[in-house]
Design a protein. Structure first.
Length: 145
């Protein structure tokens, strides 16, 4: 499944979305641009449109500061440390004895009920660079459960 997370703005009936994080297969665009109508539809530059009716407009965003911290675990003889810092940086390390077997560092942000993590420093090239997940305190996403 392809996904994007980032920033958006509406200017003169045009919805602009700038993906900062993306995952899944396929290509990622640098920016999405849609025409915004009064009929609850947005239309892409190629003419395709989609309904954007808001079903639930009032909910509280998660407070990113609540997720700052460090977590440690040991599994199968590997010591794992996962860190989320208040400055928006993150780090995942795994050590087996004295050998580092995994290292990922990057950034993280909270969008509503979702956390997005983007790793830009990798010990193992080709591993997952961006990921997201629904935070437990949010409402349940009907698509993913």
């Amino acid at each position: 499944m392809n996904w994007n997370a980032g920033r958006y703005d509406i200017q003169r009936s045009t919805l602009l979305m700038l993906p900062l994080y993306y995952g899944g297969g396929g290509a990622s665009r640098t920016m999405f641009s849609y025409s915004v109508g009064t009929d609850n539809k947005i239309t892409a530059y190629n003419g395709e449109s989609m309904n954007c009716m808001v079903e639930e407009v009032e909910y509280e965003y998660e407070n990113a500061e609540d997720f700052v911290g460090e977590w440690v675990a040991t599994k199968d003889g590997i010591d794992w440390t996962f860190t989320l810092k208040a400055d928006g940086t993150s780090k995942l390390e795994a050590v087996e004895g004295t050998k580092k077997v995994e290292y990922k560092a990057g950034t993280w942000e909270v969008y509503g009920y979702y956390m997005v993590i983007d790793f830009n420093k990798l010990l193992n090239p080709g591993s997952t660079t961006s990921m997201y997940g629904q935070l437990q305190t949010g409402t349940v996403d009907r698509e993913t459960g």
